[in-house]
Design a protein around this ligand. Sequence first.
Ligand code: SAM
Ligand code: SF4
Length: 389
Amino acid sequence: MITPTRSLYVHVPFCAHRCGYCDFVTTSRSPELHGRYVAALQRELALQGGAPEGGFDTIFVGGGTPTLLEPEAMGELLAWLASVQAPGAELTLECNPETVDERLADQLAAAGARVSLGAQSFSAHVLEALERRANPETVRGAVRQLRAAGIERLSLDLIWAVPGQTDEDLARDLEAALELEPDHLSAYELELKPGTRLAHRFGTDAATALGEAADEHYDFVIDRLQEAGWWWYETANFARDEQERCRHNLAYWHADTWLAVGVGAVGARAHADGSRVRRANLPNVPRWLKAVEAGELPPARIEEIDQRTARLERVMLALRLDQAVRIEASDIADGIVDGAGLERVMELELGTALPVGDADGTLRGTVELRLNRRGRMLQGTVGGLLLDP
Ligand SMILES: C[S@@+](CC[C@H](N)C(=O)[O-])C[C@H]1O[C@@H](n2cnc3c(N)ncnc32)[C@H](O)[C@@H]1O
Ligand code: SF4
C-alpha cells in the first residue's frame, strides 16, 4: 500500500539561456510549447493518481524558469493549481528577476503565491561570472514590483563561494538582500557541477577553486543573518520567523513523500512498511510530452528504496535542520547509525546526544542528537561519521 501524499512538485523546464553553473533540467525550446506543456502537466498528475482528497497542502513550482511561461500558459497553470490545492495551502513559484513585469506580478499575487526569486548576488561582476541575465537593479526592481502587486511571502536566493567573489562582495550581497526585507533567504554554496561551463573553467573541486574562502563565507553568512535576527533553520535556509519557513521543503527534509510532475521531476512515495519508491522522469521534453499526451506515464527511472536505506536517509536529512535528531535504539542496534561514530561526534564537540525515556526501561538507548553551530556547518562530516562507518 502506498501512503497518500500532501505535497506536489511541478517542474517547468523553460529557460531563456543556460547559466554557467546550472545543471538543472532545462530547455530553451520555443514558447509555442508552453500551453501544451501545462496541459500535459495536468494529464500527468491524473495518470499518477490525481490530487489527494481535499487537495495538496504544499505545491512548489520549480525550474527551469516557471515565470518564463507565456501569460496565457501561466494563467492556465495557476488556475489548475488553484483547483488541486487545499484551503490555506502554500503555493511557491521560482521566479527569475528579468521575467517580472506588472502582469506577471499581478497574476502571482492573485494566485496567493509565495515567490522564490533568484537574486544570486547584487555584485555586477558576480552575476556576470555566473552568466546571469539580470543585473543588481533588475533584481531590486523585481522585488519592488512583486511587493507592489501584493506578494506577501517573498524569498531570495543567494549564492556564495563564487570564484572572484570577495569578502566585501558577499558582505554587500547580504546587506542588499536584507535591505529588500524578504521573508526568507536561501544562501547556497556554489556547487561546481560536472559538465557546466564554470566547472570547465575552475574544475569541480570547490576546495581547489576557492581554498578556505568557502568556509569563511559560510561562517560569515550565518553570523550576519543571525545577528540580523534571522533563524538559520536549515543548512542553506534562513527564515524571518517560524511561519516563513518553506513548508514544502520541510516536507522534503522530514523525509515525507511528494508527488512530482513534469520533465525531469523527481518524486518519492512511501509504502506502509517505511520503504520508499523514488520516481525520476527522464529529462527529455519530446519523449515526456509524447507519452503523457498518449495517456501513458512518462519514461522514468524508478528506484526502490528499502527500509534500511529509507531509515538512513531520514537521519541524513534530519541533520540539515535546526532541531534535535532522534536516533532510535533500533537504529544503532540494526547498524543504521554507528554508535562509535556518535561518540566521535561528541568527542569532536560537534554536538550532544541526550538519552530519551530511560529510567523505567522505555526507549533505552534512544537519544536526541543536537548539533552545535560547528556540527551543523559540518553536517556532511557528521553524516559520514554516523552513517558510513
Ligand atoms: C532550480 S534553480 C531555478 C531558479 C531560477 N531559474 C533562477 O535561476 O533564479 C533554484 C536555485 O538553485 C540555486 N542553484 C542552481 N544551481 C546551483 C549550483 N550549481 N550551486 C548552488 N546553487 C545553485 C540558485 O540559487 C537558484 O536560484
Ligand atoms: S539557474 Fe535558473 S535561469 Fe539559470 S539555467 Fe538554471 S534554472 Fe535556468
